[in-house]
Design a protein around this ligand. Structure first.
Ligand code: AMP
Length: 280
């Protein structure tokens, strides 16, 4: 497995690899890899001749006061895990390699970013849309793999690809959960053991709302009030949002009488957790 630190090295290696690397799959990550990331890599392996994983803690998608500097960066361990998955190369540039200090161009997606995480993380999705576009331009993948765990991010990336005619197939992959239902996340490392137990209330609330929708309950205000109760009963938590949205526009719906996405962001201690499920 090769490790590419610069754009030139990556471009040169992909050029030399030529048709042998096609179709080429990309799994963009911020590292601190877990089974959720590895599921994306395995899906990419099953569809592509070669897989590149990018490991880049992207500064522009962190809002001021967020965890950019303390975000975990266990790079050697990440490389070991990826070596075992027969990844062709890891692209791990420094921030200075990806961003000129005086860059003034960004990719901005409006509408889709008005709800859910958008208002709570100003600039976040611009940062995501910009780095994903740059990674596609540098690595020229045929397909890129994204987790439904970050459902709004997935929809934003799909919109960028559609609106800018980028020749990349976006492949969604289901959320990987621990046995107790908690969605895997690099940020779970910030939770204390009791907080990790408390975090079960998030997926539990999502799945009980999903079940109730399947049983015909469609009043969103009732469903959200019950989720809120369930989460707060588990311990002190700061709910940023609990929303039931249209899966394509991400706009809140009043009645869950057609396919919807139930999504939440909740802070437990120092940790901001997001999760979502489709319903019915
Ligand atoms: P991150 O390193 O958190 O930026 O995530 C990189 C990619 O892995 C994104 O496409 C995420 O949606 C995906 N991902 C993160 N956690 C999970 C999970 N538990 N299940 C599936 N995909 C995930």
């Amino acid at each position: 497995m090769q490790v590419w630190k610069t754009i030139n090295t990556a471009r040169e290696a992909i050029h030399v690899g030529g048709a042998d690397l096609r179709p080429l799959g990309l799994v963009p990550t911020m590292g601190a890899l877990h089974e959720g990331h590895l599921a994306l890599v395995r899906e990419a392996r099953s569809r592509c001749a070669a897989v590149i994983v990018s490991v880049f803690v992207n500064p522009t998608q962190f809002s001021p006061g967020e965890d950019f500097s303390r975000y975990p960066r266990p790079f050697d361990r990440d490389c070991e895990l990826l070596e075992n998955e027969s990844v062709c190369a890891v692209f791990a540039p420094d921030p200075g390699e990806m961003y000129d200090g005086d860059a003034t161009t960004t990719v901005q997606v409006s509408g889709l970013t008005d709800h859910l995480c958008g208002p709570f993380r100003p600039g976040h999705f611009n940062g995501v849309a910009t780095i994903v576009t740059k990674l596609f331009n540098v690595l020229s993948p045929d397909a890129a793999f994204f987790g439904e765990k970050d459902f709004q991010q997935l929809q934003v990336v799909r919109r960028v690809v559609r609106d800018l005619n980028l020749p990349v197939d976006i492949v969604p992959c289901p959320t990987v959960r621990d046995a107790d239902g908690v969605a895997l996340s690099s940020r779970n490392a910030y939770l204390t053991p009791p907080q990790r137990v408390q975090a079960r209330s998030l997926s539990a609330a999502l799945f009980s709302a999903k079940n109730r929708i399947a049983c015909g309950v469609s009043d969103v205000s009732v469903l959200i009030a019950d989720m809120r109760r369930q989460i707060l009963a588990a311990g002190p938590a700061q709910i940023e949002y609990l929303e039931i949205v249209d899966p394509d526009t991400l706009k809140p719906v009043v009645r869950a009488d057609r396919p919807v996405r139930i999504a939440l962001a909740v802070r437990i201690g120092a940790c901001r957790l997001i999760d979502n499920v489709p319903a019915p």
